[in-house]
Write a protein that binds this ligand. Sequence first.
Ligand SMILES: [Zn+2]
Length: 281
Amino acid sequence: MPELPEVEIAARLIGGAIAGARVESALAPGINALRSYDPPLAALEGRTIAGIGRRGKLFLVGLDDGLTILIHLMSAGRLQLFDTRASLRDRSSRLLLTLDDGRQLRLREFGTRQRAWAKLLAADALDSEETLAELGPEAWPEPPPLGDLLDQPRPLYALLRDQHVIAGIGRSWVDEILHAAMLSPFKRGSDLEADEAQRLRAATIARLSDAIAHYERELELPIPDKLPMPLMVHRRNGEPCPRCGDRLEAVFYEDYVMCYCPTCQTEGKLLKDRRLSRLLK
Ligand SMILES: [Zn+2]
């Protein structure tokens, strides 16, 4: 599940490697992958890539003449750079950009659902692109003060993952951030005390910065399908809490899991298993 740190490192590594390269051809083998029609993909032929930027969990591949490819990986997409051309059997490719030196930039997606998408946008269309306009402020490197931003009667676990509220955090990093801030996932944003809001902001910056620094040390091209995510809490239920040593617990939802430390975050209280409570209804 690529979130802000994973998208940031991919943008840095791949962007640095392909800046200045020219696009030879572009293809969109995925049925639903290309969500724009004007300009057509063929407009990419002969363009020079300026670099890759990031906004929230989205990539912005910049080309000359103000063209941008906006890419959303959704939950199972990857942006990868390959030295060789994609074999016809690579069913995971949704978008292929062949560069004139033979390398290939691919939007790939793992799993059965096709949800990752890309849009090719001219400069004016990029300015008015809704997906970007609707994003909240960046969670990293300098999020705004969180007291006002999160002042809503919704649980922190939902607010921090709401890209319209704050951009970049998903199911993995929210567990890490809330654990670092020693806050309950179900505490309401509107109930945050000033010192808690400050702690949460500091934890957000620290955990995301640490993750990016970790990737800077560990990763090089080609970026592997499975990233070595430095998670200490997420999906570590049953293991000892890295801070207090007590047992990390989890709440299971239909297709994901939320992890936390009862001692550090919920005053010892065990949170209800949502999957179970729905079945019992
Ligand atoms: Zn703990």
